[in-house]
Design a protein. Sequence first.
Length: 252
Amino acid sequence: LSPSSELKRAIINREIVAHYQPIVELATGRCIGAEALARWRRPNGDLVRPDAFIPLAEDTGLIQPITDMIVDLIIVELGDLLRRTPRMHVALNLSAADINTGRILTVLERKLAGTGIAPQQIWLEATESSLLDLEGTHRTLAEARRRGHWTAIDDFGTGYSGLQYLQRLPIDALKIDKSFIDSVGTEASTRHVTEHIIAMAQALKLDVIAEGVESELQVAYLRERQVAFAQGWLFSRAVPAAELIAFCNRTE
Ligand code: G
Ligand code: G
Ligand code: G
Ligand code: MN
Ligand code: NA
């Protein structure tokens, strides 16, 4: 079986599952939501990470059914948590194919109808590299916000988005890539870039989410700069829904 036929069969057999990494509000330490991260659970029990199948899915038109499956999983696995805690959200990773055409908005509208989950509780993450189709992206992100979703640029700093470009995008937040968080408290020259990214986001009145936070030193640095949110192994790795719910209940 070719890799793409194998992936197609995995989708049909519902072998794609979601893990959730908590997102913490730095001022309070409370869980304010989570990022949904796809995994492929093979019949032999192996858990395949997204870097090993998302690029293939993007190249073969299989990313859209995967995105749809993650939306279904969020609704089924986190519906109770989201209904019970309206301030909590789940962030969904989108690929260029989801964003450029705007199809994801129709999918979300249809799937969220009648669930009691508000559009405000679904954050949409677009990577910097998926923003190449500027017109399509711009239209989709603007419409997403009109419908109440939050929009964020993922892996920020790894692409080439300058200030001018950013200020024209209809986004609510920047997620700072782990590589920049890693530089905090080191002598790496990228630490100056980290400083600039935070300042730039604040100048544009964007929320900042720090990714890949692993130390208290990084938390202190981010708090000092009024960075609102963080996720990383210091708090929790990506975990199955039941563990996420337990984590969020513990931080209440
Ligand atoms: O979970 P992990 O840190 O290994 O994820 C690696 C990357 O895979 C994420 O940063 C994200 O860009 C991508 N990814 C994970 N889940 C999804 C998904 O459901 N859809 C898309 N398009 N990308 C995902
Ligand atoms: O969407 P994105 O590609 O940014 O997904 C985040 C990725 O980073 C996931 O694959 C997740 O497993 C990983 N990750 C999240 N927190 C940490 C962390 O604190 N340290 C490291 N090394 N990786 C992390
Ligand atoms: O469970 P997961 O597949 O996300 O773990 C990927 C790798 O990250 C494993 O090697 C695991 O030991 C490591 N890891 C998991 N949680 C943490 C953590 O909280 N901190 C650090 N530094 N590593 C972790
Ligand atoms: Mn992401
Ligand atoms: Na990221």
